[in-house]
Ligand binder design. Structure first.
Ligand code: AP5
Length: 214
């Protein structure tokens, strides 16, 4: 059976970075609400009669997109996946309760990183507008300023990676998402990994945790 992995951690902890490696190593699907929502930023959700009419209006402010939108997205993605690494969900208690009704989990990883490092990582991140590759102005700079090493595309800053919005995302994480950790701390496959090291070092522990628990 393919492993069912949940990866938790604050914005910028490296969930996306480690999830990509997990998806390749264990041949599972990478289910990420962040990417799915970015691909649907302008989708009209006006019929739900919520505060804003598109997911993007929540995201660019650093707020959570309403559960009705996100729960349905995750349920559909998980129903088509045998094994998966779930990244970016659940982000509040209601989403965690919804997830319990959708699937069980083999491994729950939590990446811990200090707040100062998170702000640094996120405000310095640059993303290729064409292929989505990630760079960092100081930690993994591209060979030529503003140009993607992989495809030559233009590097841009995510709208929610400005310092002001990053602070808001961290606030939302503390208020809404951190309490969810308690729910998983007692899970048989729960493993906390120190995420404040080089990506390869983090990966050694992440891979080991999945091998042991899946
Ligand atoms: P989402 O895209 O999920 O953003 P996030 O959780 O804030 O996470 P990030 O993608 O910013 O960080 P990450 O932990 O994946 O780190 P990464 O590997 O990229 O969500 C965006 C928005 O969508 C939310 O604000 C919300 O509006 C909405 N949304 C999403 N899910 C939702 C939900 N369930 N409910 C409601 N709304 C939802 O790494 C970050 C940077 O650090 C990169 O530059 C990377 O190169 C670098 N890096 C990674 N690892 C290391 C390392 N070990 N050392 C040094 N640098 C590193």
């Amino acid at each position: 059976m393919d492993p069912k992995i949940l990866i938790l951690g604050p914005p910028g902890a490296g969930k996306g970075t480690q999830s990509e490696r997990l998806a390749t190593e264990f041949d599972v699907e990478h289910v990420t609400t962040g990417d799915a929502l970015r691909n649907n930023k302008d989708r009209d959700i006006g019929h739900l009669d919520l505060e804003y009419d598109t997911p993007g209006e929540y995201m660019d402010r650093g707020e959570l997109v309403p559960d009705a939108v996100v729960d349905a997205m995750v349920e559909e993605a998980l129903s088509g996946a045998d094994g998966f690494v779930l990244d970016g969900y659940p982000r509040n208690d209601d989403q965690a309760a919804a997830l319990e009704g959708m699937t069980d989990l083999d491994v729950v990883l939590y990446l811990s990183v200090s707040e100062a490092e998170l702000v640094d990582r996120l405000t310095g991140r640059r993303v290729c507008a064409d292929c989505g590759a990630n760079f960092h102005v100081a930690y993994s700079p591209p060979k030529a300023d503003g140009v993607c090493d992989k495809c030559g595309g233009e590097l841009t800053q995510r709208e929610d990676d400005t310092e002001e919005v990053v602070r808001e995302r961290l606030e939302v994480y503390h208020d809404d998402t951190e309490p969810v950790l308690e729910r998983y701390a007692g899970h048989d496959g729960y493993v906390e990994v120190d995420g404040e090291r080089a990506p390869d070092d983090v990966w050694q522990d992440v891979r080991e945790a999945v091998r042991k628990n899946a």
